[in-house]
Each structure stands twice: as C-alpha cells, then as structure tokens.
Write a protein that binds this ligand. Sequence first.
Ligand code: ADP
Ligand code: MG
Length: 331
Amino acid sequence: MAIHILSPQLANQIAAGEVVERPASVIKELVENSLDAGSTQIDIDLEQGGCKLIRIRDNGCGINKDELALALARHATSKISTLDDLDAIISLGFRGEALASISSVSRLTLTSRTAEQSEAWQVYAEGRDMKPTIKPAAHPIGSTVEVLDLFYNTPARRRFLKTEKTEFMHIEEFVRRIALSRPDVSFNLQHNGKLVKQYRASELEKRVELVCGRVFMQKAVKLDWQHDDLVIQGWVTSSENSELQYFYVNGRVIKDKLLNHALRQAYNSRTHEQQSYVVFLQIDPKQVDVNVHPAKHEVRFHEARLVHDFVYQAIVMALESNQQLAYNEKM
Ligand code: ADP
Ligand code: MG
C-alpha cells in the first residue's frame, strides 16, 4: 500500500482507542468539559448503561456559533495555546481530542448557546472527512452533548462492552468521584428515565458524607494542613473493606502510589487493615505534570519525596491529635 494520510475519521477513531474505552469514559470527558466551562448544574441522562444514549447538559459558558465546528475538530482546544501553558495546567482538559474522538465512534451532536447569542446552534460531524453541519436549535445558555449508539461503527470496541448493569456501575463510580471533587456543583444522574442520583451543591463535608456515607464520616480522621503552597484536606480511616479510595490532585482524580505509601507508613504499627480515604491535595500546578497519560489518570510530581513527606506528616499529625482527643474524652 502506498503511504497516505489517514482520513480524519480514522485518525480520530485511533485516538478514541486511547480515551474512549466505554460509556463511563465518554461521560468523564463530557462532564470535565462542562466543569471547565464553569457550569454549576450538570445533568447526566443515560439509556441502556450509556450504550444507547448519553446526554450531558450544562449551564456553562457555551460555545460561540463560529467556534462550534472547531470544537469537534481534533487538536482544537480553548484551554492552552503555548508550551508554557502546558507547564501549569489548571483546566481538566487540554488535549483537544475528546469531542473529535467521541464523535468519530458515535452519533454525536453538540448544542450550545453563549450569553451573547440570542439563539442556540447545533453541530454534528459526518462521514470520513467529519464535515461539520450547523443548524439553529433551542437551548438555554450552556451546552448539551448527545452521544447516540456508542461504537456503532467500531464493532471490535462494541464487543468489549459489558452488560448494561456493569457499564452503569462504572458510570455511577465516576459520578461519585467527580461529585466528591466539586461539592459546589449540582449533579443529576438519570438512567432509563429514572432519577437515580442527585447531588445538590453543598459544603465539602456534606458532599463527602452524602457520597461516602455517615459511617465513614464518623470513623474518619480529618486531615487539614498546609505548608508553603501545599495544602491537604480530607478524611482517612482504616477498615476491612477499602472500597472508598479517592485521591485528588488539584481537583483531578489520580491513581498514584504516593498516598497509599504515605498512609501505610503513617499507620504502620497501628493497624494491618487497609485505609479508606478521600484526600484532596492542592499543589502549585507547575510542580506536577498531568500530561503523562491520555486519560490523565496519572501525574508526575517534580518533587515526589517532598510531597510524600508532607502527606505523611499531615496523616501522622491527624492521627496523633485524634488519639489525644480520644484520651481527653476518656479522662
Ligand atoms: P479539551 O477539553 O481538551 O479542550 P475537547 O475536545 O474536550 O478538548 O473540547 C474542545 C473544546 O470545545 C474545548 O476546549 C472547549 O472550548 C469546547 N467545549 C467542549 N465542551 C464544552 C462545554 N460543555 N461547554 C463549553 N465549551 C465546551
Ligand atoms: Mg475535554
């Protein structure tokens, strides 16, 4: 075969392989976009575990009519423009790939209205060239992305989808994770026409209790410490089942051994049980690299040792002051 440039659709489908594994990953990308757009209310509406329909509606800033088509193009983003920006990312997105990828493996429409516009517009991309079509629509300020028939044109991917129930479980788990990170935002999750989860905007502590349960909150030790530009907040407890493990770095859920290691060290002689935790770490974005993995599950700390020791110290202090408290109560 002669060398040729892949069609936009095929290039996007290949990119989709990295970020769009299942309905939950579509929802992750879309909800993160809604959050980056400054939304305070996000409605997630699904049919058949998201395999048939995913609809995310937000009240964010919306997209201008003349940028709508661009939003669906690959490597199109409003979030970074220089290499320096990449060094200090504060938005959840920055790769400019999600909408292009998702729309190459589903029937995606994006409807949006900005505050400056008196009417809304809808765009969808079609065919191998992913040529965008734009038409007027009805929508309040904000955006709705509708994703129908995920993987309809990529049978290999579709075969990997699990049952509706399993896909929905992955989605619920994602919604818990994101709801924990943004207590100031209201989320509604609707499945097959039924409202299944509702998180109203509230204080962090209330949101954590709502998501993790009262038992967790009652048992947990509170972390709250700051040193220079490192801030840690959260709740930790040891328990036999350690299902609740949420570690956020600058608002992003992270899979990283650092916290687990610090926890194990801090709990060392106290217990052999695992820990459950919801921990939020704030760090200067320049001190952490999020561009490690397309799905952004991993980060690289520039000074991992320092961060580790800070986290360890915070846990030890919390455990000690908790012990002191228990001791005082007994006296
Ligand atoms: P990224 O999030 O990495 O920039 P995406 O493909 O997810 O890339 O989105 C492309 C662009 O479309 C974003 O940079 C943003 O400007 C715009 N966009 C996407 N979703 C929304 C939304 N819900 N509200 C406002 N703008 C959006
Ligand atoms: Mg995005």
